[in-house]
Design a protein around this ligand. Structure first.
Ligand SMILES: [Zn+2]
Length: 101
């Protein structure tokens, strides 16, 4: 005798199958989003947000200043603007002279 599931069981299994596939799809989307984020990071890391050229990192009094090799824009990491604002005038002058042409 061939075992035949009732309609209710079929409905239940179909729903289970759907839930399982939905979960798999969500996992896939999550992984895709993470991969996209990682790729974007790799693509843009240490690149100027304005012109896309390489940034050159200069260490000055524990402040890592990123200066663009293209447009000469200067970029600061989180908290560094506060550090720059606390520099003495002479320190600021030295910082600017690092970038002077
Ligand atoms: Zn630039």
């Amino acid at each position: 005798m061939v075992w035949k599931p009732s309609e209710k069981e079929e409905e239940y299994f179909a729903r289970m199958e759907f839930e399982k596939k939905k979960k798999e799809e969500e996992e896939k989307q999550k992984k895709l989003a993470e991969a996209k984020k990682k790729k974007l990071k790799e693509l843009h890391h240490m690149k100027c947000p304005k012109c896309g050229m390489e940034l050159i990192e200069i260490d000055y009094k524990a402040i890592k200043v990123d200066k663009c090799s293209g447009c000469e824009g200067v970029w600061l990491d989180a908290g560094e603007l506060e550090m720059v604002s606390k520099l003495e005038k002479s320190g600021l002058d030295k910082l600017f002279s690092v970038f002077a042409k």
